[in-house]
Design a protein around this ligand. Structure first.
Ligand code: FAD
Ligand code: HEM
Length: 632
């Protein structure tokens, strides 16, 4: 198990260096990457890359080919979806065009409204599928991930939501602004063709609005407006909070989004009713709304039941709790029987003492072969802060001189048993990083707490390494390496892990694993690169002193003075172009998995670099960078 205490030998804190200089640290955060990216290592790339074929046509062909080869999964899924919508719209449009009565009275308006309604039925059904997390995790494991872009599930969900919004506008708008007025003012000859549907009584405008169809329609639109608004990024991620007046501030944030999303239960009930009570209930018309909705709703209800029963009520046995610098709480929990997961996956945690309704996702940081499940939780808002507070209350205070670390195997304090807060766990769920096994070469980039999914991957690789070494030494296998037994090939794998963090204290989170890798990985299979961004950039005079001290200390006792681990810490941000160039030349002809987890700002830059290097290298050497990202 991971060693939690910091190793003080050879460890200095950045502030201690401050006194050597008049000026404090720049304190820059992880801000503008483009400046770092514009430091163009042209000389390097010029030597490495043969000039690409010239000409606009050649360039566009190359780009198009790379685009298709990167996004072909998205392209076909979107293609099928758009074709389905187009097909349904056209089918319904033509059907109503051929119906004499309705078409004579309402013309193309009724065709358009009914066409849009048909796409709404489809979209209201399939919008549930991308959020069936258990089903997706299952399908992902069944290797369907090679043809379906499961990582894009939430984007697809949101795209369908946009189509629904458009569908509602067209369907509702055309009915209100065109169909109803035309029925009201139709000449008698035409009116007689549809009079039977209205019991031969001319309706007034409010008849439509007051009818079951009208009322359910209005309810759906109002609830959708509320839920759609609170689901937007600005509300969900708290970005508008400071702009809202006091009482409305509670409407911003994840919880408001989450609870308002449950208004969709009422929307679905209304939709069922709306689809049954139709004005133009001709004998030829089949009511099909329920047919579209039944299966997806059943699957989604199955999901919710599974989540409810699987998470249980008794809670996990907590084996260890620690609070690290940078406000990170670590929980080590016992692994329930039969709980299987892959590195890179995540779980949902609930703490009934805080709220019986809130489930929060956290990447698993232990390896599948470990006999415990661990998560590292950074306090960022109400729930995580409260979690840290209630655990800190029942756990032992930090011991003096332990650099602010709270450390505890915390069932007993002074011989008395402490009641720990209950934690319920639901999962595991699939995430992009779990696909790391598809690649023999990986570039893992974690920003701050975004390192968590990769720590599990590194631990898993380390277990495999140990297994292989034990095999080579002819040593008998330890119990917990049975899982890695099946993967003797992983020695071919190379992982480059770049961890970029703002605070020096963050290195304590994963100190144990860093040291273990540095000690055990004699074959150089895992390359670790720590970057500290809150201090001086490399090249600054002050950084020269730190670098010198680092070198001295590392030579003397093998420990980096900044991280307190055996892994060397670099100052500033990685020069990503250099990193990509190095990987492209060292792994010519290989497919390189680039996995990123952290704030979106760097994701865009890494994605562009992958595209750029694919443009340069894939046609010449066959080297490809496949980008996968996860944003917390
Ligand atoms: C797949 C995944 C894996 C994650 N892994 C880790 C991890 O290993 N370590 C870690 O420290 N953090 C992780 N996070 C982020 C973590 O879930 C949030 O920081 C936490 O839920 C914040 O809750 P809060 O109420 O304290 O903060 P808030 O201030 O309410 O929220 C902070 C941010 O977290 C988001 N968030 C809040 N509640 C939820 C929720 N129930 N579900 C999804 N997002 C939410 C909000 O949109 C906001 O952007 C992960 C998130 C995801 C989606
Ligand atoms: C008709 C419209 C919509 C319906 C029926 C719908 C339904 C759902 C459902 C059932 C879930 C799953 C909740 C769960 O069980 O975990 C969900 C999740 C989600 N929805 Fe929607 N939704 C709609 C519109 C939107 C819109 C407009 C957005 C954003 C712009 C959005 C964003 C999300 C997100 C981000 C999640 C995932 C939450 C998470 O798992 O972290 N949805 N939606």
């Amino acid at each position: 198990m991971e060693e939690l205490d910091p190793d003080h030998l050879g460890y200095i804190e950045i502030w201690q260096l401050e006194s050597l200089f008049l000026q404090g640290p720049s304190g820059q955060g992880y801000g503008n990457y483009s400046s770092a990216l514009s430091i163009n290592s042209q000389a390097l790339s010029q030597n490495l890359v043969p000039p690409p074929r010239r000409g606009i046509a050649a360039r566009w062909t190359r780009r198009a080919r790379n685009y298709v080869s990167e996004y072909w999964k998205r392209i076909w899924v979107m293609g099928v979806w758009i074709a389905l919508m187009g097909g349904l719209f056209t089918w319904k449009f033509i059907q109503y065009k051929q119906r004499r009565g309705a078409f004579e009275v309402m013309g193309y308006c009724v065709c358009t409204a009914k066409g849009a309604a048909e796409t709404l039925k489809l979209n209201m059904a399939i919008i549930l599928l991308p959020v069936c997390r258990n089903t997706i995790t299952l399908l992902r494991n069944a290797k369907l991930g090679s043809i379906i872009p499961f990582d894009d599930n939430l984007n697809f969900h949101k795209t369908i939501a946009v189509a629904i919004a458009l569908g509602v506008i067209v369907h509702g708008g055309v009915h209100l602004a065109c169909d109803f007025p035309r029925i009201l003012h139709a000449p008698d000859k035409k009116w007689n063709l549809i009079a039977g549907d209205f019991k031969y009584k001319r309706p007034d405008y409010w008849f439509f609005v007051r009818s079951t169809e009208g009322v359910t329609g209005v309810i759906m639109v109002v609830l959708m407006i509320v839920a759609f608004t609170l689901a937007t990024r600005w509300f969900r991620r708290n970005l508008v909070k400071s702009h809202l007046p006091g009482p409305l501030q509670r409407l911003a944030g994840f919880n408001a989004f989450w609870f308002s999303h449950h208004l969709f239960i009422i929307v679905y009930i209304c939709l069922f009713i709306h689809g049954i009570c139709l004005f133009l209930t001709h004998t030829w018309y089949k009511k099909t709304t329920w047919m579209y909705l039944c299966l997806p709703i059943l699957i989604y209800m199955g999901e919710r039941c599974l989540r409810f029963f699987r998470s249980g009520t008794t809670g996990m046995k907590i084996m260890k709790v620690a609070v690290y610098p940078g406000n990170v709480l670590t929980l080590h929990m016992n692994k329930p029987q039969g709980f299987k997961y892959k590195s890179g996956q995540y779980v949902f945690l609930q703490c009934p003492d805080i709220s019986p309704f809130e489930w929060h996702p956290f990447s698993i940081t232990s390896a599948p072969a470990d006999d415990y499940i661990s998560v590292h939780i950074r306090t960022s808002g109400d729930w995580t802060q409260e979690l840290k507070r209630i655990f800190s209350e029942v756990c032992e205070r930090p011991m003096g001189g332990k650099s602010g670390l709270l450390r505890k195997d915390c069932n007993m304090i002074d011989g008395e048993e402490q009641k720990l807060p209950r934690i319920l766990l639901d999962g595991p769920y699939g995430a992009p990083a779990q696909d790391y096994k598809k690649y023999e070469v990986m570039l893992l980039v974690g920003l701050g707490i975004g390192a968590t999914p990769f720590i599990s991957i590194l631990k898993d690789m380390l277990n495999s390494l140990r297994f292989i070494e034990a095999q080579e030494d002819g040593a008998s296998l330890s119990d917990n390496s049975t899982q890695t037994k099946k993967e003797p090939n992983c020695v071919k794998t190379r992982a480059y892990f770049y961890w970029v963090t703002r605070e020096q204290g963050s290195f304590d989170w994963f100190k144990g694993i860093m040291n273990e890798i540095a000690e055990c990985d004699q074959k150089g299979i895992i390359e670790l690169h720590n970057y500290l961004t809150s201090v001086y950039e490399e090249g600054d005079a002050r950084s020269a002193l730190i670098t010198m001290l680092q070198a001295l200390n590392q030579a003397k006792n093998g420990v980096d003075i900044l991280s307190g681990t055996r892994v060397r810490t670099h100052l500033g941000r990685p020069k990503w172009r250099k990193v990509f160039s190095k990987m492209a030349t060292n792994h010519k002809g290989e497919r390189i998995g680039v996995f990123y987890c952290g704030a979106p700002v760097l994701a865009n830059d890494l994605r562009s670099l992958c595209q750029e290097y694919n443009d340069k290298y894939s046609n010449t050497y066959g080297t490809r960078f496949d980008f996968h990202k996860e944003n917390f």
